[in-house]
Design a protein around this ligand. Sequence first.
Ligand code: 13P
Length: 255
Amino acid sequence: MPDLVVAGNWKMNTTVSEAAALAAAVRDGAAAAPGVENVELVLCPPFVSLAAVSDAVKGSAVKVGAQNMHFQESGAFTGEVSPGMLRGLCDYVILGHSERRQLFGETDESVNNKVKAAQAAGLKPILCVGESLEQREQGKASDVISGQVRAGLEGVNDASGLIVAYEPVWAIGTGQAATPETAAEIMGGAIFETLRSLFSAAADNVPLLYGGSMNGGNAGEFAAQDCIHGGLVGGAALHADQFLQVAAAVAAAKV
Ligand code: 13P
């Protein structure tokens, strides 16, 4: 079984001091929460708080991730952050989140460039994929998802360190999570099969995370599915206790 991973995507929330306090609360809570030691916890604050969060979790098992990055190493790209700048500040980077795709014009091609750049820099990419409600209603969910996985990973030869997050757009921030069965159909189907076709047996070690209105109450049902190895949590990750409840539920479901 792949490693269990619960990542918190804080999105555009928390000041630097709020981020440091939230990270410290997760760090302290994780040390006291039974079973959570079996789950890799990843905190993904805004760029400006990466250093503070990294400091707050130093010496603990809690890891840090960025929410995005540019694929070039340096240059005239005002407002952007490069892989090399993230190295040392974090281990993971979320790439291709649907908000980036929808609101900031990211394409499969740019996401693919970022995945390759992340791996080259020694960062672990959390590649996000997800279909819109319209695509789902048109019966295109599986095709859209396999297309996003295939395109996002074009030219990627090494699955080690890779994580794929399935976040149906209609479930993000809506309080309307997918059912575990719906998520498992896509994750164990389109996502896993595409990874298998790309990486053969190495695909078996890629953690697959569900994201979209995940919380302490529903995380266990998702993790009870064999093909779901954790979550990418938005709103609930802004509260240390709720984030740790998700991690505890994932750990308990996989015992
Ligand atoms: P919510 O958990 O707030 O629905 O957000 C999910 C998400 O987009 C995580 O990346």
